[in-house]
Design a protein around this ligand. Structure first.
Ligand code: G3P
Ligand code: CA
Length: 325
């Protein structure tokens, strides 16, 4: 990959971003794990809550993430038929709820790889209907009865205890259904007085999306000043993980969130040179690759490669300091 050469200006921009926005935002939370060296504080984003131990995107998973010391708790967002933001990773309900049992006839058939599959889309159900679903039993029997939280409920639970890291999921799909997801998200944050950077030092907010259009809309049209992070996976890496792409990303984003398989030392350096923070995903105990543990894996990405933060299913394994050998 042809990577950007370092410039003083970009390095200064990165330092300002980290010192002015990210570090102060999480300082109250990171102080409790005081670092003794001079390396910048690393940031722990609980991926769908503490989702290795509790059903993803439930109050139970968010609560545990906070107990395990998360600096931020992530919310993937979808929109119900009646226009309410709910916290759910998938566009449809069948993987993480008992929707098939509760609403057996309310599916849409889709062709996937030559086969027909049934999907129960969030956008085809009202909030009242979604609230009837069990979002816990699929994970383990003791979580039976866990519910799909609204974004507003998540904010109420997390506020004052950790930061929020909402992601606009499939904004173009909801756009076609007549919902402006970005406007809904910012309106909900505004209702809670969290739509501006620094509004509540205990609850910093960082917006994320795989959709550059969604982030650009929030920045240019809706004028948010909240930090924005562009997510990068196989599907959009060629567009963004180049010197020119990173430079373009910096026009609207404060940082990038690439899949960890795409991250190496030169990618971290390129992001820094472009003035972008870097937050790879996803670190999980059930998939730590060549590393002996997820803690070792996060240690490598944070302290050897130099990432600023990570998304992890295992907040309790996050290495606050470089592991000693
Ligand atoms: O948002 C970071 C990471 O969560 C992206 O992957 O599919 O888990 O939302 P996904
Ligand atoms: Ca996500």
């Amino acid at each position: 990959m042809n990577l950007i050469s370092p410039t003083r200006r970009a390095q200064r921009v990165f330092a300002v971003v980290l010192v002015c926005f990210v570090v102060p935002a999480v300082a109250p939370m990171t102080r409790r794990a005081a670092d003794t060296d001079s390396t910048p504080k690393k940031i722990l984003v609980a991926h769908r809550g503490a989702s290795a131990y509790a059903p993803e995107h439930t109050i139970e998973a968010y609560e545990l993430a906070i107990k395990q010391g998360a600096d931020f708790v992530e919310q993937d967002l979808q929109v119900t038929k009646d226009g309410v933001l709910v916290c759910l990773h998938d566009e449809s309900l069948e993987r993480t709820t008992n929707v098939e049992e509760m609403f057996p006839d309310r599916f849409t058939e889709e062709r996937v790889g030559g086969a027909t599959v049934k999907r129960w889309f969030v956008a085809d159900f009202t909030l009242k209907e979604i609230k009837q679903l069990d979002a816990g039993s699929w994970f383990a029997p003791q979580f039976k009865g866990a519910r799909v939280p609204t974004f507003g409920e998540a904010i109420k639970l997390i506020r004052g205890r950790a930061g929020l890291y909402p992601e606009t999921k499939a904004p173009e799909v909801y756009g076609r259904r007549g919902f402006e997801m970005e406007r809904l998200v910012l309106a909900e944050l505004k209702r809670h007085g969290l739509d501006r950077p620094g509004a509540d030092r205990r609850t910093p907010v960082i917006m994320q999306s795989f959709s550059a259009a969604s982030l650009r809309k929030m920045r240019a049209e809706l004028k948010t000043e909240l930090p924005l992070v562009l997510l990068i996976g196989d599907e959009n890496k060629d567009e963004w993980l180049t010197p020119a792409g990173l430079k373009r990303a910096r026009e609207f984003a404060r940082g990038i969130g690439p899949a960890k398989a795409l991250v190496n030392a030169s990618v971290v350096k390129a992001a820094r040179d472009a003035g972008l923070t870097i937050t790879p995903y996803t670190f999980r105990s059930r998939d730590s690759g060549q590393f002996t543990s997820v803690r070792e894996e996060m240690n490598h990405f944070l302290y050897t490669l130099g990432a600023d933060a990570v998304f992890t299913d295992n907040p309790d394994e996050f290495p606050r300091q470089r592991l000693s050998r």
